[in-house]
Design a protein around this ligand. Sequence first.
Ligand code: GLV
Ligand code: MN
Ligand code: MN
Length: 414
Amino acid sequence: MTPTAAAAVNEQRQWNWLMAMAQLGAIPDNGVNRACLTELDRQARRLLIGWAKDIGATVTVDAAANLWLRREGSDPDAAPVVTGSHMDTQPNGGRFDGIYGVIAGLEAIAALQQAGVTTRRPVEVVAWTNEEGGRFAPGCMGSMSWSGFRKIEDFADVADPEGTRFADALAAHLATEADLPRRPLGSQPHAYVEAHIEQGPRLEAEGLDIGVVTGIQGSRWFTVTLTGDTAHAGTTPLALRRDAVQDMLRAIAALNVLMHDPDDVLRFTVGRIVVEPNTSNSVANRASFTIDFRHPDKDVLLARGNAVAGVVQAAVRDAGVTVQENFHALPVEFSPLVINTVERAATEQRFRHMRLPSGAFHDAQFVVPVCPTGMIFVPCRNGISHNPAEYSEPGQLAAGTRVLTQALAELASA
Ligand code: GLV
Ligand code: MN
Ligand code: MN
């Protein structure tokens, strides 16, 4: 008997693909450091392209270097159903964040092939460019420019820590993929479903297999730069200093008050600090730090986010201040069509599941305005992510892919 597409999902093949990808950028303790548009990213994409071609998918790339793998349907004019995620990682990242959603999409196509399922609509797998924002901030550049939320040109001058401009990295990268047919940036899918590890502790704590994701909380990113004067640490009286580090500490303390939330729903992170000249015996003339601020309630996101610049200004004593906002994504709710399809697929396959919102942002956030969108989460050990210790079991990952495959098959048959 021919298996259903979901039953044809091959846990071992998917695991092998994931582990082969994890070699590219491997760091100690099972971590991965594969920044976007680097040589390692190119190698990972080539590996993916090879596997996609092996299973009969066609491969194209767009002007944002989003990579598209396509399995045709019986009606070539029908809008496709799209799945996917990202292949870049955090500098100290794990083996599953992002790449799981891409490999799950590939495995879903392979399973559809193997089960001999013909869908009316094409199924496409996309690997979005620069979701993490670790090398070029902010994240989600590929999906934002595909959806029209931002223009790819808006990011041209964003520089990585070495000073390389995004536009130059993108052009150099696309030159290496000149053999791939180009597709226009932007399209109109029938629906989008992204599989991802949960990156939080809830599914594991509840003993569940599948998270049916209902939406994504909002995020705002800022860079605060404080400019003082460098001076001799041994001789300059404190009263005469314009010390950028001391003002940074005042600013962060004041922001902690602004962002205080007794319910612990709000997320406020200062994750990157750059100090100049960064020596022990000089007063710092420059200090910059990033703010990652998230909340599921749009009103809180707007009110507290809009207060950031004023709070920093009021807190600093001596330094000059600039506050630049470089990411602003409001909370989104996913479509009932996709939520219900995913939930039904989980129920029919007897997976234990629950509905939950996402605390992490994802490319899916920017697909919401374009077409019905949703996500599938699988548990990860201790909820750990953005960390080499990130881990989901092969069977947990396969369960997510089985649900994805059934959801794609249903949506692509409509
Ligand atoms: C994505 O990686 C996020 O920071 O939520
Ligand atoms: Mn991710
Ligand atoms: Mn991530």
